[in-house]
Design a protein around this ligand. Sequence first.
Ligand SMILES: *Cc1c(COP(=O)(O)O)cnc(C)c1O
Length: 415
Amino acid sequence: MNTVSRRFEDFCSAAIHNVYDEGSLHSHAIPIYASSTFVFDSAEQGMNRFSGTEPGYIYSRFANPTTAAAEKLIASLEAFGLNGGDGNPLTLKALLHASGQGALSTLCFSLLKNGDMVLTNTALYGGTHEFFAYLLSRSGIETRFTDLADLNAVDQALDQYPQIRLIHIESPTNPLMGCTDIEAICKRAAARGIKVSIDNTFATPYLQQPFAFGVDFVYHSTTKFLNGHGTAIGGALVGKDLDFMQTTAVKTYKLLGANSNAFDAFLLINGIKTLPLRMHQHSANAARVATWLDAHPAVAKVNYNGLKTHPDYALSIRQMRHPGAVLSFELRGGIAAGKQFINRLRMCTRAVSLGTVDTLISHPASMSHAIMKPEERLKAGITDGLIRMSVGIEAAEDILADLEQALSGLADQAA
Ligand SMILES: *Cc1c(COP(=O)(O)O)cnc(C)c1O
């Protein structure tokens, strides 16, 4: 049933129905095409598929029907309700990857070459920071890390480094929930013919649609909210230049071997069906937890872009449907309090990652950002006592009760 061409008034319906199975058996759920290779009827057909004159699958590192269904679904949601500028609905192309890092690899290695430069934010997901600082630099592609919220600093960097080819945004950022004015960055980039990419993992297309503000590429760690259940690592690169996506990006993707697989794509599609419902509950719970933590005596500071005191509150409201479900907070007791707090949790899950139905709590200084030098960590605002929380969809009362008992223990020990 080809439902991709159908237009829905509501995102919830699109998330459920924009799944296209190319098979003819009328399977209700998307089949898992666990096949490494695909059969040709004749030598001529094989030749035509390779040359692209006949559509059809060849080999699952290149493309696979289950991963293709997930790609179309994600592309349709990033484009949901947007126009392409020519009066027609926006059409996007997505490539499903083995991980978010894989999607970042295809983006950078298809777009950039020796001598080019990337301009990005100081605060970034740890793996993204290391990818730029360690891997890209070894290929002769340098990265400038600056505060993208400071538009004067952005202008200055663009003037000083004409070799900048890509501005990479992460908004909201990990883990202080700082936001970047996507539209302002895109205007500056467009004036100079520079591409803009954004890591939309924290927001998902339900909370933020960066193509509306002019970005060229969106990428996701689908491992997080899109999958939603913590069952598979994955990534997606989404682009609006269909020619570039179908030629250069696909070629790079094939050569890197960064493809996903049918089973993970099946899990992802299953997860996305409930994305709007989950994001709704995640977001409502996060707002409650942030307000509650903000008033707690053991907590020195809460970083949540949905709090009116957050510097990017107004920007979040402007470019997001809701500020989201990830937050961090600083315990008064520093690193010792951080460890005690984490160890006292009874319901919330002690783990890195985010975006699963259960509440996940981690300690960036010793986990996700441990690889960074302490001074770089501090520059990104990550202190030793910072706790990161991905608020789940449990009953808010149960999340608050667990936090309360863990925090009150700290107070007891401090007394
Ligand atoms: C997890 C994450 C990534 C990396 O994704 P993987 O799927 O682990 O490769 C990138 N960016 C953000 C914001 C993330 O949370």
